[in-house]
Design a protein around this ligand. Structure first.
Ligand code: SAH
Length: 355
């Protein structure tokens, strides 16, 4: 059945078609975003016949929760099975007062980054905007009623710029006061760097924060780590990033996954400083989160510190991101992979309640 989350943009018209007044759409949207309801029956200010009609026409969710993991550091992760049986992951991270959710944009990923678990089997399809909103609503329902999501990062499975319609459709609701009401500045779109899509975002006067996954200071190494780079090249990405900054006035972030012995050496830190200095961008360094079966390692603390010092001494604003949720396979695509390979047996909340 069709999820109502895919119908939000023209809900008033749909309801008018059912002979209902326009304000019903506002009521339904409020139930979806501001409450914890999991069925139309609970929408108590709607006439009973409308509630019945809605449950005949639409489902609330289009996925089922295949697994729900909680880490000792407060991170929670959901593995969702979509209606066509594709699996995706989404994560809730707790950090001080921040409640950040990390959301997927595609089932699988086409970018093929060699160290990432999400793209090992390629991409199946892009998610609809409703399926992306669904992750946000399911994660928000994990919070106590006095807490709200404060930040969104499009850093789950897939590349958000390879699915602009789905991502922008969902983020419009995330940032709207009628939806989740999260300020666009607190929403990050993270991409491997697709120049045409970055320019498109710039031309739309994008208000979201943009992060570009660089991972290497030269094309030879970047193409080894991020195979799609062969067709793109760092220069085209930096040009598009410059264009984005000029058009929107928004500083962007470059992300750099630090892989021991591969891109964490002083020579790469110097080369990266050459590439980034004068651009006013931030550098977000992510020590590698090991994926079972892949040959990459997290650098030592000394190697991370050395990398940081070189860039700092060259005036680059650098942040080392803390890893979270290590005990629950929190790196992109890891949970899905361990379930698919049988390494992890899962109990869904529904099964747990029945057992
Ligand atoms: N496709 C988007 C979103 C991917 S996830 C992008 O490439 O930006 C967000 C970040 O996590 C990316 O920088 C990605 O390269 C990184 N990442 C993926 N697997 C990782 C791992 N095992 N450890 C650390 N970072 C990882």
């Amino acid at each position: 059945m069709n999820s109502i989350l895919n119908q939000l943009d023209d809900l008033s018209e749909r309801l008018a078609g059912l002979g209902e007044p326009k304000f019903r759409a506002r009521q339904i949207v409020k139930w979806l975003f501001d409450s914890r309801v999991t069925s139309f029956a609970e929408m108590s200010d709607l006439p009973r016949p409308l509630r019945e009609r809605l449950s005949q026409e639409f489902s609330l969710w289009s996925s089922t929760v295949l697994a729900h993991q909680r880490s000792s550091d407060g991170t929670e992760k959901l593995l969702l099975r979509m209606a066509d049986r594709g699996d995706i992951e989404c994560v809730l991270l707790r950090d001080g007062a921040r409640r950040t959710i990390c959301v997927s944009s595609q089932v699988g990923c086409a970018m093929g980054c060699v160290f990432c678990a999400s793209g090992l089997n390629g991409v199946e399809r892009s998610l609809t905007h409703g399926e992306i909103i669904e992750q946000m609503l399911r994660l928000s329902r994990l919070l106590p009623t006095d807490e709200r999501i404060s930040h969104i990062v499009m850093m789950g499975m897939g590349d958000p710029l390879a699915n602009l319609p789905g991502v922008l459709g969902a983020l419009a609701w995330a940032s709207s006061p009628q939806g989740l009401g999260i300020s666009a500045r607190r929403i990050t779109i993270s991409t491997v760097g697709i120049p045409a899509a970055i320019r498109k975002l710039a031309d739309m006067d994008c208000r979201y924060h943009l992060a570009i996954s660089l991972h290497a200071p030269n094309d030879e190494l970047r193409t080894k780590l991020v195979p799609v780079n062969a067709k793109i090249g760092i220069a085209a990405i930096l040009d598009a990033a410059e264009y984005f900054f000029e058009k929107t006035g928004r500083r962007l972030t470059f992300e750099y996954v630090l892989l021991a012995g591969i891109n964490d050496q002083p020579v790469q830190a110097e080369e990266l400083a050459d590439l980034l200095s004068g651009r006013g961008a931030l550098l977000n360094v992510i020590p590698y989160n090991p994926v079972a079966g892949l040959p990459y390692r997290t650098p030592s603390r000394q190697a991370i510190a050395r990398f940081r010092e070189i860039l700092q001494s060259r005036g680059i604003v650098i942040k080392i991101r803390q890893r979270k949720g290590d005990d629950i396979n929190a790196a992109c695509g890891q949970l899905r992979r361990s379930v698919a390979s049988g390494a992890l047996s899962i109990v869904s909340p529904e099964q747990a309640a029945n057992s």
